[in-house]
Unconditional design. Structure first.
Length: 268
């Protein structure tokens, strides 16, 4: 095996890439930290298992850079690369935490940053299966005096804009949207030559209004079936038209919306 460089990463630096001294210095100017909460799970035959971690990490770097350009300093926190992925466990390589473990991880990570002086914690959800535990963690951790926790799920807003940016009709798990974003972040890890067309997420039959999973902004959640029952390839939709340019458009939508949410909630 060779030891060539696999890919390069664009900044700004996140907490694990900073020195302790640099974090201490940043804390003199801000008490806001943004933590991407992701997964290690199948994303079809063409995307790496880290797809959600790559998107969450890059989205946070972009949000940190945008806010800095507006004079708002925040720290990009450590990406949590594991999540609740029990529905994806039929596919090799997927690593899942149970909701209990996930809750314990979120509690310990948040309590660590609170100990150092962060008081406003933004949990950025880049894997939909984490919604339930993130919601509970936000409720529990924000009960500490002086601590605010803001949970951000960009999926409902992004998906409402998909018809404007995607070539295919939908951008489900491992589909055109996710593929485009990983192409924009780390193209070296996308195997577009292996991409296959999966079924449409949510099926093709007549739809009942709001019968859409809660993490997409709908009103239902039915986790009983594993992902392999719904799609034998571990992804939905048609990712073949994905480009880095489309990924950049998706990130711009996420960045605009998330920055506005952060500014409004914290009155910045
Ligand atoms: Zn994903």
């Amino acid at each position: 095996m060779n030891r060539d460089v696999i890919y390069a990463v664009k900044g700004p630096r996140l907490l694990p890439e900073m020195t302790s001294e640099e974090v201490g210095e940043a804390l003199k100017h801000t008490d806001i930290i943004l933590i991407p909460v992701a997964s290690t799970e199948v994303h079809g035959p063409h995307l790496p298992l880290a797809a959600d971690t790559i998107q969450g990490t890059d989205a946070v770097r972009r949000i940190v850079a945008r806010l800095a350009s507006e004079g708002i300093r925040v720290v990009g926190g450590l990406p949590i690369p594991l999540g609740v992925s029990m529905q994806q466990m039929d596919f090799p390589g997927t690593i899942s935490l149970t909701p209990d473990t996930m809750m314990a991880v979120l509690r310990d990570v948040c309590n660590s940053v609170i100990k150092h002086g962060f008081r406003r914690i933004v949990l950025i959800m880049s894997h939909d299966g984490n919604l339930g535990t993130l919601y509970s963690a936000a409720e529990e951790i924000s009960k500490q005096p002086g601590v605010r926790v803001l949970l951000i799920n960009w999926l409902p807003f992004l998906r409402s804009k998909y018809t404007e940016v995607l070539k295919s009709k939908s951008g489900g798990h491992g589909g055109e949207g996710e593929t485009a974003r990983v192409l924009a972040s780390i193209p070296e890890l996308v195997r577009l030559d292996r991409a296959q067309v999966g079924p449409e997420e949510g099926g093709t039959g007549p739809k009942l209004e709001a019968d859409v999973s809660v993490h997409f902004g709908g009103g239902t959640f039915d986790p009983a079936r594993g992902l392999r029952d719904k799609t034998p390839i571990g992804s939905f939709g048609d990712p073949r038209g994905a480009t880095a340019e489309i990924g950049e458009k998706c990130y711009a939508i996420i960045e605009d919306w998330a920055c506005e949410v952060i500014r409004r909630h914290f009155a910045l």
